[in-house]
Design a protein around this ligand. Structure first.
Ligand code: PBG
Length: 308
């Protein structure tokens, strides 16, 4: 009688890539999630493949010395993201590779866009996001995921990809991305928390709004998004449901770092049953209408599903 089900191909695994060699560093605020150096990445992706997961997303921890106010490392064809893409594409040619378009890991201001005189400037940021998207596509990335929330970036990135011969590279836009406090552990993981000046409220959405989310999604679809994302997940299931029913496009949901930390923290204290909350939290996304789920629990969930 079950109306919904979970399977490994519902999941997309976010992976944190770190500097150095031979490193697998635990992230304190995300128990069970490691930051992995590029040389160990193939094994980690192999585990995901083994579990049946069709795609991974790469997030880099950038050396603070490499972060600059112009975020130029974002479009260095040899940056950590591009190195990771090349390595995965070679070792696991059938694994889907997704990368963010956003400047925050590379920006000494910690913002997703370029900061000029204390403001995040939209149009100049979009130009850099296009350059970043093209170097990632050249390295072998299959799907660009603009997570920056600048206006007009989906259309501009689509055009930049088309003009450089990457019309087959898809766009998964973070269309309804809220200015959420649930991203805290992620910012620990990539080291952008210390750098971040102010907050992201001038470009990420107000948690009070849902009509605006629908307008943002409509705009991104109009500009050429192939899939749209709602983020965070669990506190925004109403948004997932509205987006899926109103647009019918592949709708992706991101179970973000803070949701992961919240569940795992309670599990560590013995307050919640791990296996049950992992699967229930993911099933809720399917029920709300999500077609795929970015989750740090992806491998674990696959193992639990296999166990029955
Ligand atoms: C960066 C980005 C963020 C996340 C994904 N891409 C953080 C932010 O916007 O500050 C958060 C993911 C998570 O919390 O798991 N643009």
């Amino acid at each position: 009688m079950a109306e919904n089900s979970l399977s490994p191909d519902d999941f997309i695994l976010p992976i944190f890539v770190g500097i150095g060699e031979g490193r697998r560093d635990a992230i304190a605020s995300m128990p069970g999630v490691d930051r992995i150096s590029v040389d160990l990445l193939d094994d980690a992706v192999g585990e995901a493949k083994e579990a049946g997961i069709p795609a991974v997303v790469i997030f880099p921890e950038v050396d603070p010395a490499t972060k600059t106010p112009d975020a130029r490392e974002a479009y260095n064809p040899d940056n950590l993201v591009c190195q990771s893409i090349r390595s995965i594409a070679k070792a696991h040619p059938d694994m889907g590779i997704i990368c963010d378009a956003a400047l925050d890991p590379f920006n000494s201001d910690g913002h997703d866009g370029l900061v000029v005189d204390g403001y995040v400037v939209n149009d100049e940021s979009v130009e850099l996001l296009c350059k970043q998207s093209v170097v990632q596509a050249e390295a072998g990335c299959h799907i660009i995921a603009p997570s920056d929330m600048m206006d007009g970036r989906v259309g501009a990135i689509r055009k930049a990809l088309d003009d450089t011969g990457f019309q087959d590279v898809g766009i998964m836009s973070y269309a309804a991305k809220y200015a959420s406090a649930f991203y805290g552990p992620f910012r620990d993981a990539i080291g952008s928390k210390a750098a971040l000046k102010g907050d992201k409220k001038t470009y990420q959405m107000d948690p009070a709004n849902i009509d605006e989310a629908l307008r943002q999604v409509a705009q991104d679809i109009d500009e050429g998004a192939d899939m749209v994302m709602v983020k965070p997940g669990m506190p925004y299931l109403d948004v997932v449901s509205r987006v899926k029913t109103e647009f019918g496009l592949p709708t992706i949901v991101y179970q973000v770092s803070g949701e992961y930390a919240m569940l795992k923290g309670a599990v560590q204290n013995g307050w919640l049953d791990n296996d049950k909350v992992v699967l229930e939290s993911l099933m809720a996304f399917k029920r709300a209408g999500a077609d795929a789920i970015l989750t740090y629990m992806a491998i674990e969930a696959c193992q639990l599903l296999k166990k029955g």
